[in-house]
Design a binder for this molecule. Structure first.
Ligand SMILES: [Ca+2]
Ligand SMILES: [Ca+2]
Ligand SMILES: [Ca+2]
Ligand SMILES: [Ca+2]
Length: 416
């Protein structure tokens, strides 16, 4: 067996396929059995040693555990037909990546409503444009939902973009570093309604995951897709069927305060907009989603349903929940304390106001992003053509908004 050179990869990276050859005087190369072991299964688990190739030409790909750093010795062993073995070892060093500074102002995004070619604009925290993209091509004009976070794992915030009806549903990632548009992350057969998108780290590997809401199957449906490799983590009915009247919105934020994002969902119900919270630690393959707080029914004045966002507005360590009126609602937005919801199932409003410029038919689209870098999520609203960022420390809104932009888009905007 030929040797494999020692390897060095960044945390959350892989070695790629490393080639080596095997040969034996008695046994045909294709009958030689290769196995691989790791000296440190915490850093390089058995499942992270992927063997490939055939005959005399073999490969091994080393995939260290997410978020880990250190060094492990990988030993390749070849066994012939007679049970004789030979082994070679190499060292894989996984270097820690520098985490982004705590706090820090966050970028945000605007997606066009219906009318023009669906376009995403990613803004730097100071309001300057970082990049624009048309993630669904030049022919689609149905609007684009947006969420912003690093879902590719390179440390640069990306935009998750979802179609807003009028086509088979699609969700694609616009890479914040390159502008490249990724593949469709969902297959939603026969669904051409609004999608809702959100981003946050649910599984705790340091890379934001993607949530998608669709009004499928007679209830709000939530899909959770892991960041970086976009594997499916969960796909479930995020609200009851009884009384359901359509609409499905999702948000991701740590309302339970354990460091992992939880999934919020909303839908339209006969009794009023329903809001549901799902504990992120119960979302994953083979797990049964469990509630983070009791189901909430909001006043019917918001319209049939509510737009949703999650983020820690008051800085108490629990993500709070922003809601915005749906189409033909009362044009209001509110922020409810996540801590009060998870600790006493009570809605405590941190803010409740009518953003200027709201157009009843479009409702109030909401986002929670720390625009000024003080560690508290500010309230973004998309009301009519207006993008406004209301400072978290001046709620209910008082004084000048942090950002205010007239996009001129008569079809309204989505924010995230
Ligand atoms: Ca990225
Ligand atoms: Ca993750
Ligand atoms: Ca949590
Ligand atoms: Ca909070």
């Amino acid at each position: 067996m030929t040797a494999v050179a020692d390897q060095s990869v960044p945390a959350n990276g892989t070695t790629g396929a490393l080639a080596f050859t095997v040969a034996d005087a008695q046994t045909p190369a294709g009958s030689l059995v290769v196995t691989a072991t790791s000296s440190d299964p915490t850093l390089v688990p058995a499942a992270g040693l992927v063997l490939g190739g055939s005959g005399g030409s073999r490969t091994v790909t080393v995939v260290p555990a997410a978020g880990r750093s250190g060094a492990a010795t990988v030993t390749l062993t070849v066994t012939d037909a007679g049970g004789l073995t030979a082994a070679r070892s190499f060292v894989v060093t996984v270097t820690a990546t520098t985490p982004p500074p705590a706090g820090g102002a966050k970028p945000y995004a605007v997606g066009t409503g219906g009318g023009p070619v669906a376009t995403v604009t990613l803004y730097n925290p100071d309001g300057t444009v970082k990049r624009t993209a048309q993630p669904f091509g030049a022919a689609y004009t149905g609007g684009v939902r947006v969420a912003v976070a690093d879902v590719t794992g390179d440390g640069v915030a990306d935009v998750v973009a979802g179609t807003a009806g009028g086509t088979w549903a699609q969700v694609r990632v616009v890479d914040g570093a390159t502008g490249a548009v990724g593949p469709n992350l969902i297959v939603a057969g026969y669904y051409s309604g609004l999608t809702s998108v959100a981003a946050g780290d649910v599984d705790g590997d340091g890379v934001a995951d993607v949530a998608v809401g669709t009004a499928e199957g007679g209830s709000p449906r939530a899909r959770l897709i892991r960041g970086r490799d976009f594997a499916r983590l969960a796909d479930f009915a995020a609200g009851p069927k009884a009384g359901y009247q359509g609409y499905a919105e999702v948000a991701l934020g740590d309302v339970t305060g354990d460091g992992r994002a939880d999934l919020l969902a909303s839908g339209g119900y006969a009794a009023g907009p329903g809001v549901f919270g799902w504990d992120g630690t119960t979302l994953g393959a083979g797990r049964t989603p469990a509630k983070a707080f009791a189901d909430q029914t909001l006043p019917t004045g918001y319209g049939k349903s509510v737009f949703l966002a999650a983020g820690d507005v008051d800085g108490d360590g629990f993500a709070d929940i922003a809601v915005g009126a749906s189409s033909w609602g009362n044009g209001r937005a509110a922020v409810y304390s996540g801590k009060a919801l998870v600790q006493s199932n009570a809605r405590a409003a941190l803010a409740d106001f009518a953003p200027a410029g709201a157009v009843a038919a479009q409702g109030v689209r909401v986002g929670l992003r720390d625009v000024d870098g003080d560690g508290k999520a500010d309230v973004l609203t998309g009301s009519g053509p207006w993008l406004t960022a209301y400072g978290a420390t001046a709620l209910p809104p008082a004084g000048a908004a942090l950002r205010r932009l007239d996009t001129g888009l008569a079809g309204g905007i989505f924010v995230g």
